[in-house]
Structure formats: structure tokens, C-alpha cells
Design a protein around this ligand. Structure first.
Ligand code: UDP
Length: 254
């Protein structure tokens, strides 16, 4: 992503960079380079081969939101110098580049803002909350809630996300987004922990760990725009998605 890529293509999905806080904070400079230089390289490629290009942006552009739920028109509440900033500001700068290339060079862009997504084939060491809780429950280890567990997230099952992403890529020419893709069901981390415990039948204990800096207190997508433009809404709720995800993680616990 941070290097030039010489290929001939019709469509580009730019999904970089790592999305787990643990992984994107491991090398924050590289995270920012991946988002910014990666966007410039991919937009340059789109320009040369006249490809349509989709940017996987993120609900993190809304930061710790003080408007709830978050519509696409909300500009966000982002700390520019915190430990999450390499990701948030990198993705925000990438959105800026997409819209500037669109206005300046007529590039055919599509921007989606992805909210928390989970499902089979996640790395068991991903570090995000769904995989952590499932792995901990299956191994009988303590379930680590950061903070008091009252912060909320809205979790989208991967198949729903992929469907929305492909619909956006193939949407009408004059619809650029940004458009939210996420499941509006909203849960506290304590509710999630209890769901995982119930569905796995685990006897793991819940323990509390310090809340990381700038951890958003609430997050929920407003999805009216995507419903109207792409006729899309998630069909897999959290219970069903967890039931489909837990068996995948069992293979790492034998
Ligand atoms: N979290 C938690 N325990 C964990 C991992 C995460 O309580 O083992 C919390 C985290 O503090 C955040 C929420 O779960 O409030 C979602 O975190 P995640 O890293 O999955 O994604 P984020 O939405 O913060 O990027």
C-alpha cells in the first residue's frame, strides 16, 4: 500500500490499514503512512487505469461522538494527538484525498464508513472485543472488560458488511457517499460479555481493566442513507452472528 502498484483493474477496494487498536497502535507512524500514502497510491492507480475506487473508511472518523446515533453529516469529535489519532486522522485524511481527487481529477469514488464488524476468520489474536471475549470464554479465562463496561458499540456481522460494500461499489455513478455501513443494534460491553458467556456456556469470570485513552463512550450508525440509496440493511442480529462466529474460534482452543 505504501509502495506503487502497477496493475490493470476496473475496480479497487482500498481496505487498508489494520483496524484493531492493538495492531494499529503497534506502529502508529506506519498506520498513518498506510492510510495516507496508501490512499495517494491507490487514487493514482485509479486515475491511470480509470478504475472506480472504494475507500473503507470508518466510524472512527466520528471520534468520541457527541451526536447519537451518528449520521454521515456529523463532522466528528476527534483528538488529533491521542493514541487513536494515527488511525482516526489517517482515515479522515484519506477521505479528504478521495474527495479532492474526485473534485480535481474526476476520479470515480465510493466512500463507506464501516462500524464495528466481526465474524468467522478473524485472527484469534486480533485484540478487538468480540474475538477477545469469545476466546476468553472458550478457554475459561477471565473476560476483560475495559472501563466499567457501559460504553456501547454496534456490531455488524461480516456477511452483511460484505453485501453492503459490494452494493456500494456497484451503485449509481453520482453516489459517492460517504455512507455508513453498520448494524444499528447497540450494546454495552457488559451486555456483550454476558451474551458471549450465555452462548458459550462458559464459567469465565468478568474482570475490569483500565479504559484505554480516548475510547469512544458510544457508537451507533444512522443508516437511513444506506437504506435509501442501496436498499441495504443488516439482516444478522448480534445473537445470530455470535452463534455463527463462536464455532470458528473453537478450533483455536483444542
Ligand atoms: N474492549 C473490552 N475488552 C477487550 C477489548 C475491547 O472491554 O478485551 C472494549 C474497548 O475498550 C471498547 C470496545 O470494547 O470500548 C470495543 O473495542 P474494540 O477494540 O473492539 O474496537 P473499537 O470500537 O474501540 O475500535
Amino acid at each position: 500500500m505504501t509502495k506503487e502498484l502497477l496493475v490493470e483493474v476496473d475496480q479497487i477496494y482500498n481496505l487498508a490499514c489494520p483496524a484493531s487498536p492493538v495492531h494499529y497502535q503497534y506502529n502508529p507512524v506506519k498506520t498513518m503512512k498506510t492510510s495516507v500514502l496508501g490512499a495517494i497510491n491507490m487514487l493514482g492507480l485509479a486515475k491511470r487505469v480509470k478504475a472506480r475506487i472504494l475507500q473503507a473508511s470508518t466510524s472512527e472518523v466520528y471520534g468520541d461522538p457527541n451526536i447519537h446515533p451518528q449520521p454521515e453529516t456529523y463532522w466528528g469529535n476527534v483528538n488529533p494527538i491521542g493514541i487513536r489519532s494515527c488511525y482516526d486522522e489517517g482515515k479522515r485524511a484519506a477521505e479528504t484525498l478521495f474527495f479532492d481527487y474526485h473534485r480535481q481529477n474526476g476520479i470515480d469514488i465510493k466512500v463507506i464508513r464501516i462500524f464495528n464488524t466481526y465474524g468467522p476468520y478473524m485472527n484469534p489474536n486480533d485484540g478487538r472485543v468480540v474475538s477477545n471475549f469469545i476466546m476468553q470464554a472458550l478457554k475459561g479465562e477471565d473476560i476483560t472488560i475495559y472501563g466499567d463496561g457501559t460504553q456501547t458499540r454496534s456490531f455488524c456481522y461480516v456477511d452483511d458488511l460484505v453485501e453492503g460494500m459490494i452494493r456500494m461499489m456497484n451503485s449509481r455513478d453520482d453516489f459517492t457517499g460517504p455512507v455508513n455501513l453498520g448494524n444499528p443494534g447497540e450494546f454495552t460491553m457488559l451486555e456483550l460479555a454476558n451474551k458471549v458467556l450465555a452462548l458459550t456456556g462458559s464459567k469465565s469470570k468478568i474482570v475490569y481493566r483500565p479504559l484505554p485513552q480516548d475510547d469512544p463512550t458510544q457508537r451507533k450508525p444512522e443508516i437511513a442513507l444506506v437504506k435509501k440509496e442501496l436498499d441495504w440493511e443488516p439482516v444478522v442480529d448480534l445473537d445470530e452472528g455470535l452463534k455463527r462466529t463462536i464455532p470458528y474460534f473453537e478450533r483455536f482452543c483444542k
